[in-house]
Design a protein around this ligand. Structure first.
Ligand code: C5P
Length: 293
């Protein structure tokens, strides 16, 4: 149903983690063929979309350095107007909570949220496949956020197949105090890092059976980790700190540097969260999100 176009809309753009990330092969176009299970989490940015005069598209952000033409929320608004031949105006307020360049897909989620919200708000009538095509033009991680929840990702990121919701997990999410450019992480891969997708397939089998693998084993593989541990010791050190305060499994999300430790038990998660916070880490305690929320 279309929303009243005269009233501002408030939209949440959730972060994601990669529960698995298999890198299958480097492709001729320079991208890498992936197999991944992505999952949206509670941590989210907030966007307010205000009606604006015809032709006006503008963005304000609490982090002024992000209010520029490269911002994916702004690029998404321009793209969907162009695609739909729509002249309507919109003024976007963006309140950031997801850390930037962290591997949590914050900018990508903002872009997808704008595509979905404007499609509805302006009654443009684009279906999910058309939105995913637009999202892929904005970046490899954007299509996933059109679907959300848990999903299997293929291709360079643009092939998205929704999965049933997992049993809920509590996540301690920790951002080491460095930024890592995604292209550098992919460039550092060697053929030894490539995998056959079996970690992703095994997790999907569990999800389809309504169960979870043991969260203490290697079931939640991320093929980008070995290179990051090697090239960015601060990330490996942060992982060791989380293990030392009681996490039994610590994984990197996407190309990092953000780490997460999954728990089924909130009290156990909270103990690790508080210990990590006391050590001065930038840390969040947040649940996995079902698709409908
Ligand atoms: O698509 P996006 O601009 O988000 O990707 C950023 C960079 O990450 C690409 O230029 C590429 O170097 C790398 N990448 C990759 N394989 C993917 C996704 C991203 O090599 N599947």
């Amino acid at each position: 149903m279309a929303h009243d176009p005269a009233r501002p809309q408030v939209v949440r753009a959730h972060a994601k983690i990669n529960l698995t990330l298999d890198v299958l092969v480097r492709r001729a176009d320079g991208y890498h063929e992936l197999a991944s299970v992505m999952q949206t989490i509670g941590l989210h940015d907030t966007l307010v979309l205000h009606p604006a005069p015809e032709g006006e598209v503008a963005l304000a952000c609490d982090l002024p350095e992000l209010a520029n033409d490269a911002n994916l929320a702004l690029r998404a608004a321009h793209l969907i107007r162009q695609m739909a031949g729509c002249m309507r105006g919109v003024r976007i307020d963006l309140l950031k909570a997801i850390p930037m360049q962290g591997g949590l897909g914050g900018g990508s989620s903002d872009g997808a949220a704008v595509l979905v919200a404007l499609n509805q708000w302006w009654d443009l009538g684009l279906g999910q496949d058309a939105l995913i095509d637009l999202a892929a033009q904005l970046g490899s991680d954007v299509p996933f956020f059109i679907v959300g929840g848990a999903a299997r990702i293929g291709g360079r990121g643009e092939v998205v197949a929704p999965l049933v919701d997992l049993p809920p997990l509590w996540l301690v999410v920790a951002k080491p105090p460095i930024s890592i450019p995604t292209p550098a992480v992919f460039r550092a891969l060697t053929p030894a890092d490539y995998s056959d997708g079996s970690a992703t397939d095994a997790l999907i089998a569990h999800i389809q059976a309504g169960t979870l693998p043991s969260l203490t084993d290697a079931a939640l593989l991320n093929a980008l980790e070995p290179g990051v541990w090697r090239d960015y010791p601060a990330v490996a050190a942060a992982r060791d700190q989380l293990l030392a305060v009681g996490a039994s499994c610590v994984r990197m999300s996407g190309s990092g540097p953000t780490l997460y430790a999954p728990f089924t038990d909130l009290a156990a998660a909270a103990t690790v969260y508080h210990a990590a916070k006391d050590m001065g880490m930038q840390v969040w305690l947040t649940p996995t999100m079902p698709r409908d929320v």
